[in-house]
Design a protein around this ligand. Sequence first.
Ligand code: SF4
Ligand code: SF4
Ligand code: SF4
Length: 211
Amino acid sequence: MSQNALVEQVDAILPQTQCTQCGYNGCLPYAQAIVEDAAPINRCPPGGDSGIEALAKLLNRAVVHLDTTCGHPEPLQVAQIDEEHCIGCTICIQACPTDAIAGASKLMHTVLPDACTGCKLCVAPCPVDCISMVPANREWTNEDASKARKNTRRREARLKRKHPEDQPLASRTLSNKAPLTTAANSDAQTRQKTIADALARARARRSGTLK
Ligand code: SF4
Ligand code: SF4
Ligand code: SF4
């Protein structure tokens, strides 16, 4: 079997939440590291013990305990936006690996629950803390994983088309995130101003001085 085919088989076992808890920039980069760099198979908390067992069987490796420094398995959650306080800055859209957030600049945003993997990557970047995680009250299924894989790959293809100069976007480890963040923040001043303007408008709207 070719290395690429094996990567696809490993990726097919991974849950596709794209949460980055494994220390890689998503499930496919972790699958590549497992196959190409012999990375440990126990770094995926959402996959839990059953995921480790499946990987061990496929790769003929020993079953090991989950590396809990990466995190612990948790019940599925989905993100929820407090739309009343959303200032429409679009930062959460940029953070979401599966295109699970709909909205446009200066308009309130909303989460598409069927596309949300519960990865929490949108929570910290929100400048007004209006995103919270709530119980999904259901299990993560293979169908969810397939849909998340498709959404992630479609998003990455779109980003590569849009930013061909940013090939590091395709890079595999989180160690590459610092230069990416710097690149993304190159117009930080403009963004700060947009956010400040939006916050001022939100405050004015709430105090009734702006309709
Ligand atoms: S689900 Fe999260 S921890 Fe597991 S492989 Fe995918 S990105 Fe890594
Ligand atoms: S909406 Fe938030 S929690 Fe849900 S997939 Fe997107 S970034 Fe992850
Ligand atoms: S990051 Fe927060 S304020 Fe900005 S669009 Fe998303 S939910 Fe709204």
